[in-house]
Design a protein around this ligand. Structure first.
Ligand code: NI
Length: 172
């Protein structure tokens, strides 16, 4: 397994739209394993392939508490339908927007259809944090970030601060 580089906002590659996975083969499984290692190492609870510069419709989630056993979830070619559109407000963060947490509203309950790590079809109803995560990660596959839900002013402020950090890192 190996750690993958996580792209950070405002990297334009985060705006690419991911393409469907045609076949769940050994290469995809290797990508999934690398993504889990990368996500756990960064203490994240979700990661979309787009964030590691892979333009495939693939995302992983693990929202288990640190004390609990890991509960790795894999969604390949995920599609969601809203079951309950009532807005659910949650403070979101993102490994591609490190250090920033902001409230975002999303539908409370969704139905997600996807393929699992074995390539078998799965169907799952999700609400609360899991619903937030799935919607946040599917946004990534469509080139969208949680900062897009914020005011222009807030987004600009986060962008300038991160750009400044990236410059400092590059010259260090
Ligand atoms: Ni994210």
């Amino acid at each position: 397994m190996s750690l993958l580089e996580i792209l950070e906002f405002p990297d334009p590659r985060l705006r690419k739209k991911a393409l469907p996975v045609n076949k769940v083969d050994a290469a995809i499984k290797q990508t999934i394993d690398n993504m889990f290692e990368t996500m756990y190492s960064a203490s994240g609870i979700g990661l979309a392939a787009t964030q590691v510069n892979i333009q495939k419709r693939l995302l992983i989630i693990d929202i288990a508490d640190e004390e609990e056993d890991p509960n790795p979830l894999v969604f390949i070619n995920p599609e969601i339908t809203v079951i309950d559109p009532e807005p659910y407000r949650h403070e979101e963060g993102c490994l591609s927007v490190p250090g920033y947490y902001e409230f975002v509203e999303r539908p409370t309950k969704v139905l997600v259809k996807a393929l699992n790590r074995e390539g078998d079809p799965i169907e799952m109803e999700a609400e609360g944090l899991l619903a937030v995560c799935i919607q946040h990660e599917i946004d990534h596959l469509n080139g969208k970030l949680f900062v897009d839900y914020l005011s222009v002013l807030k987004r600009q402020r986060i962008k300038s601060k991160l750009e400044k950090e990236h410059k400092q890192k590059a010259s260090a």
